[in-house]
Design a protein around this ligand. Structure first.
Ligand code: PLP
Length: 423
């Protein structure tokens, strides 16, 4: 077993070029072996949070069992090791996103905190009365509320890109919204409520051509597809560790160094300073200026291990497997009378959101749970999406790298049974 601080670039699994062996992958996830209500668990709630592979669990256990210490502060061996492991995790994230430099990688609690950091630091310093901020109709609340709060404080205006009945954001409407007052664009990469994958390049290029700063909410993208922040050309990109097989309480904000370097700190405390006296404080260099206090050291190291795990399997292979699941699930569910898919964009990530006529999603979810099938029901923290489609809630099955067609068959059978029971 390697020590946590010895993380290096992953070696592809011997099978990286051969077919994806989902049964082999499932063995890496101890939680999946259990039964729920006497049924084998079918965990189809990956968009909410994903399960953790043994490699991540081992990394956390080893860190706390053998290496735990505070970072950046001590000269003793354990502190040096913890610092090395923490910074190695940052290097993993840099590679994973193809960011230009580790100074551009800020560890945060998750996507929500990453977006709030940008709104509170960049936003408060740069947005003034009358400025406009653009988001889309399909944002998660975490990419709506921080901008609403900022607009309220500054007298700025929030503009929303409309969507169509497939759940696609309308590029031409977005282009019409862009104007000299537009100062910021914040867009979701993949919608958690609909599965839509935004054609981000097109959206971001239009903003960049006008010198507008951009942020991408990548919470639902990074577990499923390769993300290259330099190729995308965004200024900020935020994601959460727990949705990509890493621990909870850790996430990443990527920021372009040129912009981060000019942003004021958003939280004050230890770690983010170079010197403090009662006459003034000198702030630390990037990225530490934005990591006040003792960070989630174990979480960051665990995230580094999750990245290595994904890279060793190959994110493209994972994506292909999940696309197969998406197509299979879509075909099976479309067959069920009274079931309506919510979100039918041609470019979708691996989730299906749906309603069944005459049955409340919560009732459906409860019956599915009794069959061992874990799905999410509700508004998915995307109330404007529910409003657009005229529904209070949907049922959502979201797939990860360890899901199988057999689990989708089980979902299908349980849905048929639930509909018979609840109608
Ligand atoms: C698209 C999207 N953005 C942001 C978030 C918020 O992530 P977190 O709660 O990990 O901060 C989620 C979580 O479901 C999400 O799906």
């Amino acid at each position: 077993m390697r020590a946590a601080h010895e993380m290096t670039a992953p070696v592809p699994l011997p099978g990286a070029s051969v077919a994806f062996d989902v049964h082999r992958v499932r063995e890496d996830f101890p939680l999946l072996r259990q039964q729920v209500h006497g049924q084998p668990l079918a965990y189809l709630d990956n968009a909410a949070t994903s399960q953790k592979p043994q490699a991540v669990i081992d990394t956390l256990t080893r860190y706390y069992g053998e290496e735990n210490s505070n970072v950046h502060r001590g000269v003793h061996l354990l502190s040096e090791r913890a610092t090395e492991a923490y910074e190695a995790a940052r290097a993993n994230v840099r590679r994973f996103l193809n960011a230009a430099d580790t100074r551009e990688i800020i560890f945060v609690r998750g996507t929500t905190e990453g977006i709030n950091l940008v709104a509170q630091s960049y936003g408060r310093a740069s947005i003034t009365a009358g400025d406009e901020i653009i988001i889309s109709w399909m944002e998660h609340h975490s990419n709506i509320v921080p901008w609403q709060m900022l607009c309220e404080e500054k007298g700025a205006v929030l503009r929303v890109v409309p969507i169509n009945d497939h759940g696609e954001a309308l590029l031409d409407e977005y282009e019409r919204l862009l104007n000299p007052r537009t100062k910021f664009v914040a867009l979701v990469h993949v919608s958690n409520a609909l599965g839509t994958v935004l054609p981000l390049r097109q959206f971001l290029d239009l903003a960049r051509a006008r010198g507008i700063t951009t942020l991408v909410d990548g919470a639902q993208a990074v577990p499923h597809q390769q993300v290259d922040v330099q190729e995308l050309g965004c200024d900020f990109y935020a994601f959460s560790g727990h949705k990509m097989y890493g621990p909870t309480g850790i996430g990443v904000l990527y920021g372009r160094e040129r912009i981060l370097g000019q942003m004021p700190p958003w939280q004050g405390g230890g770690e983010m300073i170079l010197s403090v006296s009662f006459t003034g404080t000198t702030y630390n260099h990037l990225p530490h200026r934005f990591e006040a206090g003792t960070p989630n050291i174990a979480g960051a190291i665990g995230l580094g291990a999750a990245i290595e795990y994904l890279e060793a399997i190959g994110i493209d292979r994972i994506g292909r497997h999940e696309q197969d699941l998406l197509q299979y699930a879509t075909a099976r569910l479309e067959d069920i009378p009274g079931l309506t898919l919510v979100g039918t964009a041609p470019e979708k990530s691996s989730l299906v959101s749906f309603t069944v006529a005459g049955i409340h999603p919560h009732d459906l979810g409860t019956v599915l749970d009794a069959e061992g099938i874990a799905v999410r029901t509700g508004h998915h923290c995307a109330m404007p999406v529910m409003e657009y489609f005229g529904v209070p809630a949907t049922t959502r099955a979201s797939f990860g790298l360890y899901n199988t067609r057999a689990e989708i068959d089980a979902l299908h059978a349980a849905l048929i049974q639930a509909i018979r029971m609840l109608r």
